[in-house]
Design a protein around this ligand. Structure first.
Ligand SMILES: Cc1cc2nc3c(=O)[nH]c(=O)nc-3n(C[C@H](O)[C@H](O)[C@H](O)COP(=O)(O)OP(=O)(O)OC[C@H]3O[C@@H](n4cnc5c(N)ncnc54)[C@H](O)[C@@H]3O)c2cc1C
Length: 508
């Protein structure tokens, strides 16, 4: 008999509860699921990063004397084959917060295990509580998870030597591997730790000031997202390292600090948001396809993939150069900073009136760091589909003038605009005709119409009561992973004051 450790979005050996729980002869398994990779939200860039992370995992498991067995197919069928030949005494994995497809697959695996009397021991992933019945208790329970000791890589497990390892395929399914990606972030534990170290050793000094502009964000943000999405680094390990660094920074003389403690604090806040958003999809997996607020769901009109406005937005040819440059940068690099993701999504939903699911799928495929648990709740939030967040309308021209005043980012991604002076790079229609396609719509007019639509939705009877129900299930209670800390308390007070000022305004 053997025990199987099934790797999913947890491609690491450190702080890996499922691996630590396994005993005796252990087969480490990754299943390449063609059905998953043919899904509407999957893309070649995500596979390239996953493939590289799997190569790293294979090397790390190898150092522990454990081969990584890779199989292609549907998971219950792969398990049935292994069970027939070796007998599976236990299946170990983490509790994945994936998409609806992986949710259905996990239920099929549960049925298989039940039918064959195989205990399936699922381990919580740090930051997410399965079957959470009281949102008020979430932060306390997550803080307790974060305080648990990090698990070292296990020793003394026995490999199942007779099972061939299997190739990590170049492609997970028949598709065109070309998706416009030019640069892929290096995958695996060392690159993840190097990013965290370089952030804490200086790169993060300008994090707060530089995180929003696409000119600086790529350098000053942590860039941990694809590593956390695939679990090459556990959230708990990241949080603990940043907490430790922040304590050291606070103990240092101000002049000697490579980054201000506030930058470490801001990174901890983002790691907290990660958990907060993931919990939403864990608690309500249908958020992938259904709006959180019933009024927003009722107002939806499906956008077909061939819709011209959707295609123009997705191809970076809306006629708003800064927005187009962001989309083109995302296509080429697989990454964009938070604010620019929010702008792309909000303009698609509000100005262009596209259904969030259609635009959300385009973004999902473009993000190397696609993480369903963050993605779909964020897509809904930026599309005012939750009913509990103040709707934000981003003016694509003003965003450009604020975050790329000289139009350098525009010039980089839309070289035909580079010869123009800065103002015309942002608004080429004010110069010579024919240099750049005119905007699809008048941005101010489109924003006005969107504001009216949203205001009417919010005035409708029953809106508030439904919003309260959404809040009870998903709303932030403002407690953090790093709860009892003075910086956190000050930040919370400032955030409360800012929210009070912003309340009832639509950001233009
Ligand atoms: C419409 C939309 C879709 C998004 N989809 C994804 C996605 O599929 N995968 C993804 O990882 N992030 C997503 N984000 C959140 C955020 O934009 C990225 O996590 C961030 O830009 C990644 O860069 P970083 O690792 O340098 O972030 P940093 O600023 O260095 O933050 C560190 C980590 O904190 C987490 N984080 C940061 N910002 C947020 C946030 N606003 N909400 C939740 N977690 C956050 C991420 O895990 C990130 O890696 C989305 C945001 C929007 C507006």
């Amino acid at each position: 008999m053997i025990e199987v450790v099934w790797f999913k979005r947890d491609l690491r050996v450190e702080d890996h509860a499922a691996l630590s729980a396994a005993r005796g002869r252990v087969l480490c398994l990754y299943v390449v699921e063609p059905g998953y990779w043919q899904g509407e939200d999957a893309s070649p860039r995500q596979w390239r990063f996953t493939r590289a992370a799997l190569c790293d995992l294979r090397a790390r498991l190898g150092a522990l004397g454990l081969p990584l067995v890779v199989r292609r197919g549907e998971v219950p069928a792969v398990l049935a084959d292994l069970h027939a030949r070796h007998g599976i005494a236990a299946l170990h994995s983490h509790e994945e917060t994936g998409n609806l497809r992986t949710y259905a697959r996990d239920r099929a695996v549960a049925r298989f295990c039940r039918a064959h009397g195989i205990p399936w021991r699922e381990q919580p992933q740090p930051g997410v509580i399965r079957r959470l019945d009281d949102r008020d208790l979430w932060a306390r329970r997550v803080a307790a998870q974060m305080a648990q000791p990090l698990l070292p890589p296990p020793r003394g497990l026995l490999p199942v030597v007779e099972e061939p390892e299997g190739e990590i395929p170049d492609q997970p399914c028949p598709w065109s591997p070309e998706d416009g990606l030019i640069t892929l972030q290096p995958a695996g534990r060392e690159p993840a730790l190097a990013l965290l170290d370089s952030f804490l050793a200086g790169r993060g000094a300008e994090y707060r000031r530089g995180m929003s502009s696409p000119l600086t964000a790529g350098r000053v943000c942590s860039r941990l997202s694809p590593h956390l999405a695939l679990g090459s680094l556990s959230l708990r390990e990241a949080v603990r390292r940043v907490q430790a660094a922040r304590e050291e920074l606070e103990a240092m003389e101000a002049r000697a600090r490579p980054i201000p403690p506030g930058a470490a604090h801001s990174l901890l806040s983002r790691l907290h948001w990660r958990a907060h958003f993931m919990q939403k999809l864990e608690s309500e997996p249908e958020l992938e396809i259904r709006a959180a607020h019933p009024a927003a769901e009722a107002a939806r009109r499906p956008t077909p993939p061939e819709e011209e406005r959707l295609r123009a937005w997705a191809e970076g040819r809306t006629g708003w150069p800064f927005l187009d440059a962001c989309m083109r940068a995302l296509t080429a690099t697989g990454w964009l900073t938070f604010r620019m993701r929010a702008m792309l999504q909000a303009v698609a939903s509000h100005h262009l009136g596209l259904d969030w699911r259609a635009s959300g799928l385009v973004l999902a495929r473009r993000f190397t760091d696609y993480e369903p648990g963050i993605h779909w709740p964020q897509v809904q939030m930026q599309s005012a589909a939750t009913g509990i967040n103040t709707p934000r309308l981003y003016d694509p021209i003003k965003q450009g003038l604020d975050h790329d005043p000289e139009g350098r980012f525009i010039a980089r991604w839309i070289p035909e605009l580079a010869p123009l002076p800065p103002v015309l790079r942002h608004m080429p229609w004010k110069g010579e005709a024919g240099l750049y396609p005119p905007p699809l719509l008048d941005a101010a007019e489109a924003a006005r119409a969107a504001r009216e639509r949203l205001a009417a939705q919010r005035r409708a009877p029953g809106f508030e009561a439904a919003a309260r129900a959404v809040f009870a299930r998903h709303g932030s209670r403002q407690r953090r992973l790093h709860d009892d800390d003075p910086l956190a308390r000050r930040a919370r007070a400032a955030a409360r004051a800012a929210r009070a000022r912003r309340q009832l305004t639509l950001d233009l």
